[in-house]
Design a binder for this molecule. Structure first.
Ligand code: GLN
Length: 302
């Protein structure tokens, strides 16, 4: 006898429209998208699959899970904290309240890093490209860089690459390690205050450090203020605390001609470029995100 879970008689399409209406009534900004996203996360049925089999019914456990998701989203819990995942650079990352949810703007940093590495401009050590990601959080920057470098990189992606992610938070590193395992990307993670437990030198140092001014933390939108870890956002008094330290402390860890690449707040390009120039960096460039805001600053140490 086939053990099939009992069906509720509720069709996916009806569950979707009901969910959407409830999200809308609760003032959720994108009720249609979110209702679909939640439905897909509990049933595994994508929109395309749904249209291929429109009459599909939900099981009791799917229905209960969907109900709980809709309730949470109505209470304005961010989607990523409900589903536990966020897409970044085309890959699915596990997330939790212990890490900053990956932002699309941050993809610019990874793209610039891939460009530099792909052009052959990043110095290697005995033929190995070594990359360090400070304040790695979920690991999304480091892991997507390693993944796409391997897929599309020079030497047919066969060049040996070594990646290390560092973070102050042991719990964030737990999430990063889970992501490395899930995506099958070999990377090493070390707990510590920036370079504290980092050994060796790197051709490429990446970081999206906390950069919000402390006084501005309370005015962030609820989804960020209430759910992203404060320690992942707080750049201290002028927001530049971590840039200052990284520029000062990176020297023993950056190869000659090595790159330092930062994500920045959109009003910090000049200040961070200035810090880098004074710290001995050359060829400093600023890149914008999709919204046209300054988002990445990088330079080479000579
Ligand atoms: N971009 C994030 C935000 O605006 C901040 C990330 C950071 O501090 N590194 O919420």
């Amino acid at each position: 006898e086939k053990c099939e879970e009992r069906k509720t008689g509720k069709k996916l399409g009806d569950a979707y429209s009901e969910g959407r209406e409830r999200l809308k009534a609760a003032g959720v900004p994108e009720p249609d998208l979110d209702a679909w996203y939640l439905l897909e996360s509990v049933t595994g049925v994508s929109r395309a699959l749904y249209y291929a089999r429109p009459g599909q019914e939900m099981t009791e456990s799917q229905s209960a899970a969907y109900e709980s998701c809709i309730r949470k989203r109505c209470a304005r819990i961010p989607l990523q904290h409900i589903t536990g995942v966020q897409e970044f650079m085309g890959l699915e990352f596990r997330v939790s309240g212990d890490v900053l949810i990956p932002r699309q703007d941050t993809e610019v940093l990874v793209e610039e890093a891939l460009k530099a590495a792909g052009s052959g401009a990043v110095p290697t050590e005995n033929g190995t490209l070594r990359v360090l990601d400070l304040c790695t959080g979920s690991g999304c920057i480091l892991l997507s860089f390693l993944y796409w470098l391997k897929k599309n990189g020079r030497s047919g992606g066969k060049m040996p690459v070594g990646g290390i992610g560092s973070d102050l938070s042991e719990r964030a590193l737990g999430v990063a390690k889970e992501n490395a395992g899930k995506l099958k990307i070999p990377a090493e993670f070390v707990q510590g205050d920036l370079f504290e437990n980092v050994r060796g030198s790197f051709g490429l140092i990446l970081s999206n450090p906390p950069y919000i001014r402390t006084a501005e933390l309370d005015s962030l939108q609820d989804e960020v203020r209430l759910y992203d870890p404060r320690e992942a956002l707080d750049g201290k008094e002028d927001g530049l605390y971590f840039y200052r330290r990284i520029v000062r402390e990176c020297r023993p860890h950056l190869a000659d001609g090595g790159y330092l690449m930062f994500e920045i707040g959109c009003d910090q390009a000049e200040d961070v470029a200035d810090l880098m120039r004074k710290g001995g960096f050359l060829d400093i460039e600023v890149k914008k995100d999709l919204a046209g805001l300054d988002r990445v600053v990088f330079g080479r140490y000579s």
